[in-house]
Design a protein around this ligand. Structure first.
Ligand code: ZN
Length: 244
């Protein structure tokens, strides 16, 4: 119990209480068992609806083809790509887009272009080349070349890189990553923060701070979501988007 996250404890606390009430009202077993085991039984009993619910949504996820967002490398038009397609065509500019996922390891100095995901592995060193992908997961080093994520860039804590050579639409700061951009004005569509980001952030989309994440500095935008357990220590200017 002690190692569980707080929210779960709260939920469990509630479940225990509810279960205890139910057990007291109807349970012959509860009254014959010692209190501790009655409580254990009650807890596992009430966890069933949650288990069923998650099994249900899991089944739904499996049944429904997954849809992901791919940003056209040519014209930046957002596309919805279903399932496991290996290529697609932009509805807007008709460019054919390869959806191959690529992982880079070791020393790298070639160009890459894919509308799939690119992982720059923890042991990778990018020396040259233009690397263009839909989502880029940066774990290694960028010493040269240009990195362009058409959609999102996720920066691991192990990553070493110069900001000036990196371009992305969405910024993802995973847990464990701490980035301080100081007064550098950072403009993106969405930012998702599970680690720590300090910046002067200007977004056209959503700033989402996940549990355990912290954003500090300044935020200018229209959409803000702070999950339970997420931290926000910033000057805010969040206004409804003007119509038209
Ligand atoms: Zn296009």
């Amino acid at each position: 119990m002690a190692s569980r996250k707080k929210r779960k404890d709260d939920l469990d606390g509630f479940s225990v209480m509810k279960a205890a009430q139910q057990a007291a009202g109807s349970g012959k077993k509860a009254s014959t068992d010692p209190p501790d085991s009655a409580q254990d039984r009650a807890v596992s009993g009430t966890s069933t609806p949650y288990a069923e619910k998650s099994a249900y949504s899991k089944a739904r996820r499996t049944a429904m083809p997954s849809v992901r967002e791919v940003i056209c490398l040519q014209c930046s038009h957002p596309l919805e790509v279903k399932g496991k397609l290996t290529q697609t065509v932009c509805h807007k500019c008709r460019t054919r887009l390869e959806l191959k996922d690529i992982t880079i390891e070791g020393e790298w100095s070639e160009d890459i272009e894919t509308a799939g995901d690119i992982t720059i592995g923890v042991d990778a060193v990018v020396c040259a080349g233009t690397i263009v992908g839909n989502n880029i997961f940066l774990e290694g080093q960028v010493q040269g070349g240009v990195i362009r994520a058409a959609r999102s860039l996720s920066i691991a804590s192990s990553a070493v890189y110069p900001w000036r050579d990196i371009e992305t639409l969405d910024l993802v700061i995973p847990a464990g990553t701490e980035i301080d951009l100081g007064d550098h004005k950072a403009t993106y569509r969405n930012a998702t923060i599970a680690g720590s980001l300090s910046a002067s952030l200007h977004l056209s989309g959503l700033l989402k701070i996940q549990a355990g994440g912290l954003f500090s500095g300044e935020y200018l935008g229209s959409h803000l979501e702070v999950e339970e357990g997420g931290g926000l220590k910033a000057r805010l200017n969040v206004e409804p988007r003007a119509e038209g």
